[in-house]
Design a protein around this ligand. Sequence first.
Ligand code: CO
Length: 204
Amino acid sequence: MNKFQHRKLESLFKRNKAWADKMTRHDPDFFTHLSKQQTPEYLWIGCADSRVPANQVVDLLPGEVFVHRNIANIVVHSDLNCLSVIQFAVNVLEVKHIIVCGHYGCGGVKAAFENQKLGLIDNWLHHIKDVYRWHKEEVDAQASTEDKINLLCEKNVIEQVANVCHSTIVQHAWNNNKDLTVHGWIYSIDNGILKALETGINGN
Ligand code: CO
């Protein structure tokens, strides 16, 4: 154990070593190859929820998907963090697909819907309250609270896809005829299945 490792977290370092050994056994050049470059075809914008890990739910290896996650997969026009990720992915990595992936039962969406007071995060979740306001009639028409929240989860994905499409980065890419498509997906935590919410938007 090195002096910076916390004793209680030792198991994570052990798991890491076992994982790295397993990957190398499977493909001796795996890390050497990856260390030289990354060429992912996809940018994943998803929720920070621990149950929705990008690589695992689409069964992709390290190097295959560029990832940005935040609470409730929100794309805010002035969020320098998210915009920087999109810009790097589109202009430098030249990804072909941007996937905004929400999930049913999202805690952030639920908190916004129920107007919970959680502190600083309320400001962030205000973006979802806007989405609720825009689709209030349709959401409120659902039978159960669970259905209302789940429909709001879907509406949130669609609105965030629109935000990605309207970003200067994606607009610029499309103006330059770049092959780039934006997708809106939703993930079911209770069965591990992804669903596309729209056919995929490109610049044409
Ligand atoms: Co969530």
